[in-house]
Design a protein around this ligand. Structure first.
Ligand code: TTP
Ligand code: MG
Length: 355
């Protein structure tokens, strides 16, 4: 049977959720991220709606730059609880129409829809799903349909927002060849720079590069990227992908060595993290602290418990303990972060006991 994969990615997701909650935002540039504080704010943009993107604002841009580009924009702090709720409702809609379903991010998923028997049918399903998501959850989705996961994801990004792009097997090469290597999942800015050094810019360049050379420079991933660039990706849609960690970070408005301010911030991050953990019925074993000094020197320290825990106090205690060695130095700190990992999900256990 011919493989047909659908990739769904919601448009300007965090901003779209805010717009659906507050119709006053319609038509205005909306930016989700750190507080811009009249242009003095630190931290970054998490996302911006398409109106805001017209000003050149994008994810990961310093919030101060965004404010300079568009001071009249609506700047909002993220409301993760809302985004997680909308996300899980959308995922429920998608799951029902897939032979196999894999959530690949808070606002994206891969669906194996091969059993529909053809690309025409798959397009029909995509249209229905887009309509349903829009009617029920009042956000828009962009969809890519292709013979494999890599191409489907690239296709979903092709006609955003509210896009639907179909790449049939015979069109794969023409579709991907002229695109930047960055379009391939796993190729970030560092790998891109290495490839550019080798004179490889487009997917076509990568597809015709010497795989041995790629392997020498990038290891086994080099070989893998070469295969993907040739339009080949046999990786299946995996029904269950474990969420590996939960993470929160904060950039201080002004670099600080004030122990109380740092510990208070770690406590707030831990409480926030605990909320997400509880909602997803997860328990953790490892707590990791991240500290970034003024000069961007960054350190992480981790501690693992003997058994799983869902204790909020434990996250706070371990984070504070791990921070101690950095606080002693009295050096100015720019950013702190807390991560919990080594997770187990209550849902999984519940299902077992149900049997
Ligand atoms: P994306 O799907 O990458 O972006 P998006 O949905 O905002 O916009 P697009 O229409 O281009 O798909 O990410 C989904 C959400 O993840 C996004 O709404 C906010 C969050 N996010 C961050 O917090 N930081 C980031 O750097 C990125 C890229 C996303
Ligand atoms: Mg998106």
């Amino acid at each position: 049977m011919e493989r047909i994969i659908m990739h769904v990615d919601l448009d300007a997701f965090f901003a779209a959720c805010e717009e659906r909650e507050n119709t006053n935002l319609k038509g205005k540039p909306v930016i989700i991220g750190a507080d811009p504080k009249g242009g003095e704010g630190r931290g970054v943009v998490q996302t911006a709606n398409y109106e805001a993107r017209k000003f050149g604002i994008h994810s990961a841009m310093p919030i101060s730059t965004a404010f300079r580009l568009c001071p009249e924009g609506v700047y909002l702090r993220p409301n993760f609880e809302l985004y997680e709720k909308v996300s899980s409702n959308v995922m429920e809609i998608l799951k029902k129409r897939a032979d196999k379903f894999e959530q690949t991010g808070i606002d994206e998923a891969s669906l194996d829809v091969s059993s529909t028997g053809g690309f025409e049918k798959a397009v029909q399903i995509a249209k229905e799903l887009k309509k349903k998501i829009n009617e029920k959850e009042r956000v828009t989705a962009s969809v890519g349909i292709a013979p494999n996961k890599t191409i489907a994801k690239i296709a979903s990004d092709e006609n955003k927002p509210d896009g639907l792009t179909v790449v049939r097997p015979e069109d794969v090469k023409n579709f991907i060849n002229p695109k930047s290597v960055r379009k391939i999942g796993g190729i970030g800015p560092k790998t891109e720079a290495i490839l550019n050094e080798m004179g490889i810019k487009t997917i076509k360049n990568l597809a015709s590069a010497d795989p041995e050379k790629l392997k020498k420079t990038l290891g086994f991933m080099g070989e893998y990227f070469h295969i993907l660039a040739n339009g080949i990706d046999e990786s299946p849609v995996e029904e269950y992908r474990e969420i590996k960690s939960f993470n929160r970070e904060h950039t201080f408005d002004v670099d600080t060595s004030d122990k109380k301010e740092i510990i208070d911030t770690l406590n707030i991050l831990s409480t926030d993290l605990y909320g997400e953990l509880k909602q997803s019925t997860a328990v953790f074993k490892t707590v990791t602290l991240k500290i970034r000094f003024s000069n961007f020197e960054t350190h992480t320290r981790a501690e693992s418990l003997k058994s799983h825990s869902n204790d909020e106090k434990m996250i706070k205690e371990i984070a504070a303990k791990l921070a101690d060695e950095f606080l002693k130095t009295s050096r100015k700190i720019r950013l702190v972060g807390v991560r919990v990992s080594n997770l187990e999900f209550g849902g999984k256990q519940k299902r077992l006991s149900d049997i």
